[in-house]
Structures are given as structure tokens and as C-alpha cells.
Ligand binder design. Sequence first.
Ligand SMILES: Nc1nc2c(c(=O)[nH]1)N[C@H]1C(S)=C(S)[C@@H](COP(=O)(O)O)O[C@H]1N2
Ligand SMILES: [Mo]
Length: 431
Amino acid sequence: MKKRLPSTSGSGLEKPLKPDLKKRRLFLQSGLAAGASLIGVSTEASTVPGKLVPGWSRHLGAGVASSGYGIPSRFEADVQRRTLDWLHARREASISFTPLQSQQGIITPTGLMFERHHGGIADIDPERHYLLIHGLVKQPLKLTLTELMRFPSVSHIHFLECAANGVLNYPAAQYNSLQFTHGMLSCCEWTGVPLRLILNEVGIRKKAKWILAEGADAAALTRSIPIDKALDDALIVYAQNGEMLRPEQGYPMRLLLPGWEGVTNIKWLRRLELGDQPWDTREETATYTDLLPTGKARQFTFVMETKSVITSPCPENPLPGKGRVAINGLAWSGYGRIKRVDVSVDGGRNWQTARLHGPVQNKSLTRFSMEWDWNGQTALLQSRAIDETGYVQPTLSELRKIRGSRSLYHNNAIQTWRLNSNGEIENVQLA
Ligand SMILES: Nc1nc2c(c(=O)[nH]1)N[C@H]1C(S)=C(S)[C@@H](COP(=O)(O)O)O[C@H]1N2
Ligand SMILES: [Mo]
């Protein structure tokens, strides 16, 4: 089988080798040393009975957390959103990536959600913000946050994925890092008001077929949304994971279109205008369209199609040694629920059905796992998701055949991790 190794050819990018792994090792060493000197006992001290008892079991701990808002253990300080110096590192356009390699379960901690801003983070005073709903409506409406919160609300778990997630793997692999290949993805519990209820309130005129959604940030980001989605499962959310939205996620209100490309989920939402046709805004013409080999571009490719990835092992999570290991991963689909995930350890020749960890939710991340006896030899690990509509996650070569090499967005191809005999994982692409 021909394999193509991670390549930087033609991209002009440098490929840092497992940056997270190196950092994590360094951190663990220094963290241990600092901890040991602080409590004044040998590093052999542990909580196992019969061994030297460590300081944390012999002395009173600190009282309640010193700050009113808790933070993770200092030994987890390496779990961070990360950015790339060359990739939109400016306020005009910035991106940070979710550390999926450290995510336990389906909920992304709020402070670790990837960010994508086209004009920086708007710092909005909710007292001075309102949402205007106008255009082809019977009665235009202005809604403050307080007024929005008077509507009946729902809480749903949904993933959010940037259409550009996977761009660092297309057409060629560039990074040995799950965080950078798949980290424009997050999943949380969103609380807000079904847009349908608000549209009922204003009264939709017959000719209305599209809605223009506009943000209050410096980019005034706008996208045209078909009215069917607005009446289906669209939400105006004001909270995530049990607290009000973070500024970087669109405080005080954002549009949430479950399963649809991140850019349509307008943050800092200030305006919804109903019209009879799309507006062809910048973010749906110059960008967020997919240029095909024929020279034609696909427009309004809203749905984030079925995808999965093995999160452990991965470049940041090497295997400690041969023997029985757990292969863990995440699967999701913008079409609905995940039905099945298959795992291969031989580059897609043979597949085994993985176990899904329920409850399997609609347009949400879903965990899967498979136990495997690793004999210590090189292996090609892959996962393939299938959703309830029967959609099967494509291989990279299937995707390349249709999309060619100029299309940037919507890379939902099967990921291949090469497991080397030393337990380390490399990002590879099969020919
Ligand atoms: N107003 C506004 N909305 C926006 C953006 C923006 O820059 N401005 N970025 C979009 C893009 S491209 C994505 S992928 C998601 C990212 O959401 P997050 O930052 O909460 O992860 O928000 C979308 N909504
Ligand atoms: Mo995006």
C-alpha cells in the first residue's frame, strides 16, 4: 500500500513536530518537581497505603477556592486553546483551536471552545444591545436580552464546527496534531429560544423565503439563511453549558443553526431581516463557497457532513506500550444522529464496529470506543462514521475525486493515524 507522509511541499508552512506532546512532557516533569519541593517529600510518596504519605494527605488543604470562579488543577495547565502564528493571528481575523486530545466526554468546556472571529471579540453591554427583526414581517420587533429571556426556552446539546475545519489536512497533511487537524470543533449545551417562536411573534409575510442574519461585531458578519431552517431547529441562544455566553462565543446572543457550518451561527446577533431571496454577502460568495475542478463553485453548502476521528491514540496521545488498549474517538453529523462507527487498524481494509457511548444525540458529538490488543507493530488507525440517514463518511481519495484540490471547506474525510512501533502517532494520508 502506498502511503504519503505528512508533507509541507508547496504550502510554505513549517511543520512543528508534535508540539503539544513535547510541551506536555516538559510540563509534567516540571510540574512534578515543583509539587515535590512544595510539599517537602520524596517524589516516591503516593496515596497508596504502605508507601510514604504525601503532603496533600498529611496537611490541611487550602480553604474554598480563592477565586469565586474555579479553574482546573495546575497539573492540567497544558490543556489550552492554541493558535498558529501564520493563520489569522491578527485581530482582523483570528482562530484558536479546541484541544480535542484532552476532551473527556462530549461536552467541550466553555473556556476551551475554538474561536473564529472576523473582526475581533465584540465587548457588548447587554443594556445597550437589542436584536431587530424586520423586513417581510407583519410587525417588526426589537428584543433586548431581558425580553428574549421571557420567551419559552429550550436547552439542546449540539456540536459547532467551522466549515474550514480540516483545511490543514487538505489537500495534504501539514500537522502532527489532532488539535490542529480537527480542533475547529466543539460541542456544548446551548440554551435559548426557538427562532420559530420569535418569527410567530412578528408574523412572516408570504413572500419571505430567506433571512439575513447580522452580527454587531466590527466585521458585521452577515449570512443569508433559508426560512425553512429558521422554522425548523434554529435557536437564538444566550447561554451555554449552564452560564451566559462567553464574549468570544457571541455574548449576549447568537444564532445557533444545529449541524450547519460555523459561519452561519452569527455571534453578537443584532439583526434578522426577512426577504424573498439571498443577499449574496461576502461570506457566501468570496468565501465559504467550494471551488470545484470544473471551475464552478458550490454555494450555500450549509450542512456539516458526517465525520469522525480517533482522539486517543492521536499525535498528542501516544500509546504507552503494547497489549490491551482502548481506541477512543468522537463522531458527529449535521444530518442527525450517529448510527454506527467502524474502526480499522489496517488502513481501511478490515473494519470492526465500535461501541457507541449513549445517549446518542441529534447533531451532537457522540463518543465511540473499541478495545484492541496491540502487538507492538506499525498500524494504520482509522474511524468511519455512518449516520441515521445512511450517509457514510468518505475516504480522502473519494473526497479528492469530487472536490479536486482547490476547495478549502468541508473536509470530512476519514483520518488516518499511523501508529509506529514506539507508540507514537503520525498524521498520514493514504494514496
Ligand atoms: N458576528 C460574527 N459571527 C460569527 C463569526 C464572526 O466573526 N462574527 N465567525 C463565524 C465563524 S467563521 C465560525 S466558525 C463560528 C465560530 O464560533 P465560535 O467562535 O463560538 O467557536 O462563528 C461564526 N459567527
Ligand atoms: Mo468558520
